[in-house]
Design a protein around this ligand. Structure first.
Ligand code: FES
Length: 158
């Protein structure tokens, strides 16, 4: 991303912080907003937030690393969340992970070199009847097998 764009994102984040600053316990909302703007939460952005909210950097960093929906690494255009909840696990979620890793040539938690896909894991997203289930962005796919994995990757442009 070019620097001018980054500047605009920081401006927008600052405007948001200024409107919510006085509310207590606002850090999580600010981090969500920042991740929405930047796509992830690099250390520089966390430092900026700490400064704006008058918080120690360690507190911001602690929250970012505690919750797995915050990411310090850039994510791909599409995030593939493989459910590792109990129902999906017993129906072969581990195999689904391996098949995605093989098909995308990345490991769990990584992003493809063309930045199209990030492979991530999740705990039950309420589609247990469809186990093993996978969520790509906001869409849920059930009974995921090797064939379906190929179709999913193709659909999203892999
Ligand atoms: S355990 Fe996977 S959707 Fe519930």
């Amino acid at each position: 991303m070019i620097e001018a764009d980054q500047g605009k994102l920081y401006d927008e984040l600052k405007q948001y912080i200024d409107t919510v600053k006085s509310k207590p316990g606002i850090l999580i909302s600010v981090l969500h907003k920042a991740q929405g703007l930047f796509g992830y939460l690099p250390v520089e952005v966390q430092k900026f937030i700490a400064m704006q909210l008058n918080l120690p950097f360690s507190q911001v960093y602690g929250v970012v690393t505690f919750y797995n929906f915050f990411s310090m690494k850039p994510k791909g255009k599409h995030v593939i969340n493989v459910c590792l909840g109990t129902a999906c696990y017993v129906k072969g979620a581990e195999k689904v992970v391996t098949n995605f890793e093989d098909a995308l040539h990345i490991k769990m938690g990584e992003t493809t070199s063309d930045k199209m896909f990030t492979l991530s894991s999740a705990r039950c997203f309420g589609a247990c009847g469809l186990a093993p289930a996978v969520m790509v962005d906001d869409e849920v796919y059930g009974q995921v097998d090797k064939k379906k994995i190929g179709e999913i990757i193709k659909k999203y442009g892999g």
